[in-house]
Ligand binder design. Structure first.
Ligand SMILES: [Ca+2]
Ligand SMILES: [Ca+2]
Ligand SMILES: [Ca+2]
Ligand SMILES: [Ca+2]
Length: 297
């Protein structure tokens, strides 16, 4: 009798948790900061070579972000921040993307498969070429990337220097130029590889879990903050966002000041169009590290 009750309870918990995940993943929310995706555990890490092999990402649960579908609301938000030549993509073929995530004991893996009709890499600023930008908020508290950029290790105008691994952005252009924001924290370690494919490009990322801190150690978000390091673990939800910049005219891309034949754009999985701020961690989405199960791989 006792055994029967225990197994019934276990089944109920399983059903509830899988239902909760299914509801969270489909459909995607239209509220900023509410997008949700699942990273599954893998025993066979993908090869970070800019080549998207379906087999290496087969366990991932993809999220498709259609350019131009709803530029004012996520998923697929386009910032409305007064830049006269930052447009929504004019069609899904102009700029769309699919996000894939996996993790293992050591790393988070992300692939972004981008559809783009005109590929441009003319430098020198990676985020003004065709690019992919990954945002990670380990402690799910806002302000880390912003304050680290303002109050890096050497700023005497800040009450305390800020270097933490609780919020950052990683940029890789189609021609493999990279940028880390904030740039003043050498303990944000990662690598990536971009590669062309027909009608677009792929960027694969590997981020060591040790680069991500899930503990809030910051004076500006926690009056009782103390030191501590805890990488993400199975069952955790971390803040996560992906954006794709689309340069179709070269030069300054969406920062240009003159008309050009094609639309230059920037599309994010999550965030807000009015009041967009790229380092607004509270507007980033959610990545659930699905606990490891015996049948994996
Ligand atoms: Ca690969
Ligand atoms: Ca394009
Ligand atoms: Ca944070
Ligand atoms: Ca382009």
């Amino acid at each position: 009798m006792t055994l029967k009750i225990a197994s019934t309870v276990a089944v109920c918990i399983l059903v509830v948790s899988s239902t909760a995940i299914a509801q969270s993943t489909s459909p995607q929310s239209r509220i900023a900061g509410k997008q949700f995706m699942v990273a599954r555990y893998t025993h066979t890490p993908p090869v970070i070579d800019g080549v998207f092999s379906p087999r290496e990402w087969r366990r991932a649960i993809p999220i498709y972000v259609e350019g131009s579908s709803s530029p004012a609301t996520p998923p697929g938000v386009v910032p409305n921040i007064g830049l006269p030549y930052l447009f929504p993509p004019d069609s899904p073929a102009d700029s769309s993307f699919t996000i894939y995530t996996l993790y293992d004991d050591n790393n988070l893996y992300v692939a972004v498969d981008v559809t783009d009709d005109i590929i441009i890499c003319d430098g020198p600023v990676p985020y003004l070429d065709d690019d992919v930008e990954i945002m990670i908020d380990g402690d799910r508290q806002p302000g880390d990337a912003h304050m680290a950029i303002l109050c890096g290790p050497g700023n005497p105008n800040c009450p305390n220097p800020v270097t933490n691994n609780e919020g950052f952005k990683l940029t890789t252009s189609v021609c493999n130029q990279t940028l880390t924001d904030p740039s003043n924290n050498p303990s944000i370690v990662w690598d990536s590889k971009a590669g062309l494919r027909p009608h677009g490009f792929v960027v694969e990322f590997r981020i060591p879990l040790s680069s991500i801190n899930t503990i809030d150690t910051s004076w500006f978000s926690n009056p009782f903050a103390g030191p501590g390091v805890r990488p993400p673990q199975p069952g955790d939800i971390i803040g996560f966002n992906v954006a794709v910049g689309d340069d179709d005219n070269g030069g300054l891309g969406y920062l240009r000041g003159e008309p050009a034949p094609h639309t230059d754009s920037f599309t994010a999985w999550d965030g807000r169009s009015d009041g967009w701020y790229v380092f607004a961690e509270r507007d980033w989405g959610n990545l659930y590290l699905s606990p490891r199960r015996g049948e994996d791989d």
